[in-house]
Design a protein around this ligand. Structure first.
Ligand code: NAP
Length: 277
């Protein structure tokens, strides 16, 4: 039987540990499949999805900055369509079908760390594909959201689609963060190779905050380092979210239970190699 090909499309893409994670899962289950990373620019996303279908690619993940644009080239399920962004494409039925597993992954992580999310005041940095997914899930949980984005019009668009969310510009952060319970970074600021950048530093944070940076490479971002300095005790990086969203994509593609332990071990191993001096 021919090997099944899966992959992730995005730009930048070198940072992605999805190939390591999914190839470990294929290995663990003895599947004849491979997962590759493809650099695709925003202008080429339609061609890439059509091309993938023609080449018989079985499934794709979609990452920065393509999650919203890619929606135009797939048949999204109801959830992805509400969110307005996809991170997973399944080609098994001929037409490319779009799903979003990012919000599910982030919610699982937050519930593990925080428990009840109803009435929690959450500040989300970013209003792109990942931020949209997380915001939709938290809004359904009854959290009270503030969406801060560099491009405020984008934050306004997202907030207007939610029940309880207020859009703000980055200049409002200092004033807003005092009352916040949970801070989530859903921008690439701090991601490899620009690891010394953060949108918020220690002086602005209070020790009761929960700080969740969805960036997983490096595992301890500048934002998390600053949070530590401010005495924050609940620090979460993007590793578990990567794992949970990836596991959900894997299930959509294969119908099989993902080998979570093997996937997590592969990601941790890759990160320890990459961050070694
Ligand atoms: P995206 O759709 O391109 O959105 C990027 C967002 O970040 C936008 O809101 C953008 O603001 C903002 N941004 C970009 N550069 C910025 C800067 N220099 N200063 C301030 N804001 C900036 O990307 P995405 O797909 O949502 O991904 C965002 C990040 O999350 C990436 O690092 C990605 O790897 C990570 N991620 C992790 C997981 C996980 O499983 N752990 C899952 C999904 C995504 P503007 O609108 O103003 O441009």
């Amino acid at each position: 039987m021919m090997k099944k090909v899966y992959g992730v499309i995005g730009d930048p893409i070198e940072h992605s540990l999805s190939p390591v994670m999914h190839n470990a899962a294929f290995d663990a289950l003895g599947l004849n499949a491979i997962y590759l990373a493809f650099r695709v620019s925003k202008d080429d996303v339609g061609d890439a999805i059509r091309g993938a279908k023609s080449l018989g690619i079985a499934g794709l993940n979609v990452t920065i900055p393509l999650k919203e644009k890619a929606l135009e080239f797939v048949v999204p399920d109801a959830l992805a369509s509400r969110i307005g962004a996809i991170n997973t494409i399944d080609f098994s039925k001929g037409t490319p079908e779009g799903y979003n597993t990012d919000g599910l992954g982030a919610l699982a992580v937050l519930k593990e760390a925080v428990g009840e999310l109803r009435n929690k005041k959450v500040l989300i940095l970013g209003a792109g594909g990942a931020a949209r997914a997380i915001a939709f899930y938290l809004d359904s949980e009854g959290s009270i959201l503030t969406i801060a984005n560099r491009n405020v019009a984008r934050a306004r668009r997202l907030a207007s689609a939610l029940r309880n969310a207020e859009p703000v510009g980055m200049d409002e952060l200092e004033r807003r963060i005092k009352d916040i319970d949970i801070l989530i970074n859903a921008t690439p600021v701090g991601m490899y190779p620009r690891e010394d950048e953060t949108l918020i530093d220690a002086e602005l944070m209070h020790s009761e905050l929960v700080v969740f940076d969805i960036v997983y490479n490096p595992p301890e971002t500048k934002l998390l380092k600053e949070a530590k300095k401010a005495g924050v005790r609940t620090l979460i990086n993007g590793l578990k979210m990567l794992l949970y969203q990836g596991a959900a994509s894997f299930k959509i593609w294969t119908g099989m239970e993902p080998p979570l332990n093997r996937m997590e071990a592969a990601v941790r191993e890759a990160l320890s190699v990459r961050t070694r001096p």
